[in-house]
Ligand binder design. Structure first.
Ligand SMILES: [Zn+2]
Length: 427
């Protein structure tokens, strides 16, 4: 991304300050996001579409009357992206499309990836301001270096391709990965590769908190809480999605599967009713749950992170897109058994919903999908874990959406910090 931006600047196509090497304020970062949208020339649609003509997948709309039908589709390997009244849309390869047709799921329409991409707003040149892996790491390093008394950076472990999963910690008394007895909050982005807006929301939350460290409320949270922000939980997949300069609509990690296919859906790989519903055992599927629970190093790292920090009280895992705030269970129709947890989930999700205009609801009301990270984190460690589905239409909503999404989600994150000392005080 940055390379493209630099080449535009060098060729004189675009006059923009280079941002990655500078210490920019939160407002400068946000303003650049808005300005770039207006200034970067848009690449021709036809050139973008042809890049993906070789992708054998289709954008398919299938009849699905209710969440049970949606769950069965996930199990067949269908990658549900949008839920409409009576139907769902998402990606399917030729094999799955055949299966969907033969099992009379009711295929309403199908569009080739080339045609789908041609109508999507997905131009990497337009999105150059999004932070790729190196730029995210550089910004996290800058933030830690500029706030050495309260911020530190550490890796929660390596990916299957050897990248570090970086985590910025804000804690006034402990640095790095040492233990803390202060109540903790953990914000995680980009578990799904193509959901790049989640990286922006996470990394800019870190920038905002540190810049506002002397605001009365933020100051209190920083001195009394243990705050972690990991903007890219699946950096291999995220980099793969953008490395050709043309989006790949890629969701999974980069594991090499038996049989030659690629990737496990990390948000189906956690040990919470693993692979029972709403996940696929077919390795080529976008909802492939992996050969066993926690088969993937990325999910193992996240597991260890939670297990080593029993002081964590609250958690948001950011996904996109649906404008929803989801709370457990996702893998089971039932409500969580603890009444006080259920009340706290509903109350906190409702408050965060008011701040974001997102809809709060139980995750399994959308569809039942087992093996997700939020269910596991809550069940295994008791942390109140929320899944945010950020706003926007499509995985690549452009640069202009970032500012509003970041501003709204900072409000929700700050609210979550305000209850992290004792989440049950809200009920
Ligand atoms: Zn996701």
């Amino acid at each position: 991304m940055l390379k493209l931006l630099l080449s535009l600047i060098l060729t004189g196509t675009l006059a923009l300050p280079v941002f990655a090497a500078e210490n920019l304020s939160f407002d400068q970062l946000l303003n650049q996001l808005t300005r770039v949208e207006q200034e970067i020339p848009v690449a021709p649609v036809a050139a973008q579409a042809s890049d993906r003509a070789a992708d054998g997948r289709y954008w398919v709309t299938v009849k699905a009357a209710d969440k049970h039908a949606r769950t069965r589709l996930l199990e067949a390997g269908f990658d549900i992206v949008e839920i409409e009244k009576g139907s769902v849309s998402g990606f399917a390869g030729p094999d799955l499309l055949g299966l969907l047709s033969s099992k009379s799921f009711g295929v309403v329409s199908k569009v080739s990836m080339a045609d789908y991409a041609a109508r999507a707003k997905d131009f990497p040149s337009q999105d150059a301001i999004y932070h790729n892996y190196q730029e995210t790491y550089d910004l996290l390093k800058q933030l830690a270096a500029a706030n050495p008394d309260i911020a530190s950076l550490f890796s929660i472990g390596k990916t299957v391709e050897g990248r570090d999963i970086w985590c910025l910690r804000i804690n006034s008394s402990v640095k790095g990965d040492g233990p803390s007895s202060k109540p903790g909050a953990f914000f995680m982005g980009n578990l799904h590769a193509r959901e790049h807006l989640t990286t922006e929301v996470s990394v800019l939350l870190a920038a905002w908190l540190l810049e506002h460290r002397n605001d009365a409320d933020v100051k209190k949270y920083i001195s009394t809480l243990d705050i972690y922000i990991a903007p890219m939980a699946n950096p291999d997949g995220s980099e793969f999605d953008i490395k050709t300069g043309s989006y790949q609509y890629y969701r999974k990690n980069m594991a090499k599967n038996a049989g030659g296919s690629r990737g496990v859906d990390l948000n189906r790989n956690f040990d919470s009713w693993w692979c029972e519903s709403g996940a696929s055992t077919y390795p080529g599927s976008d909802t492939y749950c992996g050969p066993k629970a926690f088969s993937e190093v990325e999910s193992q790292n996240i597991k260890r992170f939670f297990e080593a920090r029993r002081n964590l009280k609250t958690h948001i895992t950011y996904h996109s897109y649906a404008s929803e705030i989801l709370y457990p269970w996702g893998g089971n129709d039932a409500d969580v058994p603890e009444e006080k947890d259920k009340k706290a989930f509903i109350k906190i999700a409702t408050e965060m919903g008011k701040l974001t205009n997102y809809e709060p609801r139980k995750s399994s009301d959308m569809y039942v999908a087992t093996g997700d990270s939020a269910d596991w984190a809550y069940a295994a460690t008791g942390v109140l874990a929320f899944t945010f589905e950020l706003e926007g239409r499509g995985f690549y909503p452009g640069a202009a959406i970032v500012k509003g999404a970041v501003e709204r989600n900072i409000k929700a994150a700050v609210y979550l910090l305000s209850v992290t000392d004792n989440p049950y005080k809200v009920i």
